[in-house]
Write a protein that binds this ligand. Structure first.
Ligand SMILES: [Zn+2]
Length: 710
């Protein structure tokens, strides 16, 4: 053991050492809210950037590729420019921007200002820079950039590629029979009315447009007294109506838009059309916005089955040609700074994997609602709220993210909803403030100094037309001691990084390759730890810093997009979603939290173990997995308690979704942390039991243990 206290578990059994028992069991027991990495004091460079902004898999950098290989750990950072609830304290700098003349790094707390304050040494490339002529001297009193690890610049016009464009939303709405029957169209029209009334419009230039589609495309002109022009040649090159007549100024035409939407609803509600030219409609929307850029919000219940980009019945080679269509469409969107968001409430046939590619490349989001007759009402409600909230969110345009790092490291890849322009630069037509981006690094050469640096700069044009730059800086110590690297690792960030690569691999190579990759990565880390910490041959032993790694890997394989039993559309949805999450959100998804309702009523907010044996038949349990709230009502629980959660049909069986009693909502508000979109409250069914990860864990671990000891 060499004095190190770790956790042993072999052949399907846990043998946690007494001293660190709580650490290993914590995801299943109580303290899963502790998502921060806690480094031993000797490893921590004080102070450093809060982990909400940049969270690394390692708390210390391995000195060389050789040392890194000994640890088995990936070197990755998850960057969240706008972590929820943390934005207010960031200083805004309005005077000149000071950057390194060689590598263009923004001056930051790790840059060394030479005595006298007229020269500074760049912490990324080591170049000596003179301070700009307009400031006689730089020091921590006069320059906030030398004190804060995160700061914003308001940039001058040379940081823009063109004058700020008006905020433009073009809604592309399905009017097929599927959308009518499910109620999607009705909800959409009502929500668009609210959006038109309440959408913020800071400079009076915001623009709003609606295009409808079934087997044809209907371009709506609100400003011209509600005229609808129809394009029926969905394969051809018909001249389209221009954006000028479809996308109108919101402030001037607000009343016409709201009343026009009402009339549209009446004229389409008896549609019997089952064909959809979604692909062609998207192409139309992208063409319309090609001059200004902006956001296309596409609402659909079915995929394209006629015209460009139509899917075919045969899922063979023809499907690839339609993926090609959506990728090409994304490239057109990228050139014109257009982002696409999808809201898919599936009632027809739609392939989320195929159409989702467009949103994924263009920085957009995919909202996916799996429905059946029982969940329809709840999903429509969730959809309505999410559409409304997402359109009212602050939207940054023409964004770029540039990541600079010490020359000993190079960027290997970026993961998230983005397009990689070059190895260190990504483009995002419209930013989503909730998105995170994960960067994987590798060694270029051996570190010479004792610190390694990463700087991420996020540039975008705000809704008020200002070019903003958010700069985030982190420094990590460098060591040639592989054990120290492992002891200072952040297991949850490692699971997140492995998950991001797996999601990418799933899209490119398929499920079995992605699962194999994840298992191999886990083996690599475990084997490295075995040889570093000298554990016995049959047992798996992990240092406490990696205590949750295997559980996280297990969750990835059993309850995320790598679960072989998951429906393909849901898998595609999660595959696109996962790399856009922050590490804390990924953790919540992989380690859901479980509370006992009666304990909450008594003021005990601690989480319950994620095991089936936790559930008592006379209890009520609540699970939060970031996206939904599941309620488990034991069969022997009192009639009164059951009725407070579920309504009943005539035969007395519990039906429908939770009516959210007020007390329940209050209790939930107390304990809930990360949420993503609007959380539905639903009855615990199959998927709930699957998320009690500890139950499946032992089987997986037994196989894993054998694989390691080979
Ligand atoms: Zn430099």
């Amino acid at each position: 053991m060499d004095g190190h206290v770790g956790h042993t578990f072999g052949d399907g059994q846990y043998f946690p050492t007494q001293q660190h028992r709580a650490v290993f069991f914590s995801p299943l027991e109580t303290d899963v809210s502790m998502d921060q990495c806690h480094l031993a004091p000797e490893f921590e460079l004080q102070p450093n950037i809060p982990a909400e902004y940049i969270r690394c898999t390692v708390g210390m950098l391995p000195k060389s590729a050789n040392v890194a290989a000994k640890t088995g750990l990936p070197i990755a950072a998850t960057i969240t420019p706008y972590p929820k609830g943390a934005a207010d304290s960031v200083p805004v700098i309005e005077r000149g921007i000071i950057r390194c003349k060689v590598c263009r790094t923004y001056i930051n707390p790790y840059a060394e200002v030479l005595p006298g304050g007229t020269r500074w040494k760049c912490n990324i490339c080591g170049a000596l820079n003179d301070t700009p002529e307009q400031c006689a001297e730089i020091n921590t009193d006069t320059h906030e950039e030398l004190r804060s690890f995160v700061y914003d610049f308001i940039a001058p016009s040379e940081y823009m590629c063109r004058p700020p464009q008006p905020q433009t939303h073009l809604f592309l709405v399905d009017v097929s029979q599927y959308a009518m029957k499910s109620g999607l169209f009705g909800e959409t029209v009502e929500t668009l009315k609210s959006i038109a009334r309440e959408m913020p419009d800071r400079d009076g230039r915001a623009r709003f447009g609606v295009v409808l589609f079934d087997s044809r495309v209907y371009c709506v002109d609100f400003a011209g007294g509600l005229r609808i022009s129809i394009v029926s040649d969905v394969d051809g090159e018909t001249l389209l109506p221009t954006a000028h007549s479809v996308v109108c100024n919101l402030r001037i035409n607000r009343d016409e838009i709201v009343s026009g939407l009402g009339k549209i609803q009446a004229s389409f509600q008896s549609s019997t059309q089952t064909e959809s030219c979604l692909g062609y409609a998207l192409k139309t929307a992208v063409q319309m916005l090609s001059g200004s850029g902006g956001k296309v919000v596409c609402v659909t219940s079915t995929g394209a089955n006629v015209g460009a980009g139509a899917a075919t019945q045969d899922r063979g080679s023809l499907l690839h040609s339609s993926i090609g269509f959506y990728k090409e469409l994304a490239m057109d969107g990228l050139r014109s700074h257009i982002c696409v968001d999808f809201f898919v409430l599936k009632t027809g046939t739609v392939d989320v994997r195929t159409i989702g590619e467009t949103a994924h490349i263009l920085g957009g989001k995919i909202f996916f609602y799996q429905t059946n007759s029982r969940t329809m009402a709840g999903q429509l409600e969730k959809y309505r709220q999410e559409l409304f909230e997402s359109c009212l969110e602050e939207c940054g345009l023409e964004a770029v993210l540039r990541v600079r790092c010490s020359s000993e490291l190079v960027i290997q890849n970026f993961y998230g909803s983005l397009f990689m322009r070059t190895m260190d630069l990504i483009n995002i037509p419209a930013i989503n403030h909730r998105h995170s981006y994960t960067v994987v690094f590798k060694h270029e050469k051996e570190f010479k100094g004792r610190k390694g640096h990463i700087q991420a700069a996020f540039l975008f044009t705000s809704s008020s037309g200002e070019r903003m730059i958010r700069v985030m800086n982190i420094a990590l110590g460098v060591t040639d001691n592989a054990r120290a690297v492992v002891e200072a690792a952040d297991d949850r960030a490692v699971v997140g990084a492995v998950g991001c690569v797996a999601a990418d691999m799933l899209g490119v190579s398929g499920l079995s390759e992605a699962r194999e990759y994840v298992t191999k990565e886990a083996c690599r880390v475990v084997e490295a730890s075995k040889s570093l910490f000298g554990t016995s041959k049959t047992a798996l032993q992990m240092p406490s810093s990696l205590g949750r790694l295997l559980l996280g890997i297990d969750s990835l394989l059993s309850i995320s997009f790598l679960d072989p039993g998951m429906a393909e559309d849901e898998r595609a949805h999660q595959m696109f979603l996962f790399p856009t999450l922050s590490t804390a959100e990924m953790c919540r998804m992989l380690f859901p939290r479980l509370w006992s309702f009666s304990a909450l009523l008594q003021g005990d907010t601690s989480c319950q173990a994620l095991r089936r044996s936790t559930l008592k038949t006379d209890g009520v349990y609540i699970m939060d997995d970031l996206f939904d709230i599941y309620v488990f009502v034991g069969e022997n629980c009192s009639e009164a308690l059951q009725e407070s959660f579920f309504s009943r049909d005539q035969k007395g069986a519990a039906v429908g979704e939770c009516p959210r009693p007020e007390r329940f909502s209050q209790l939930l508000a107390q304990v809930r942390e990360e949420t993503y979109g609007v959380q539905r409250v639903c009855r615990a069914e199959g998927v709930f039991f699957k998320k009690l990860v500890a139950t499946d864990h032992f089987n997986w671990l037994r196989g894993f243990s054998k694989r390691i000891s080979k």
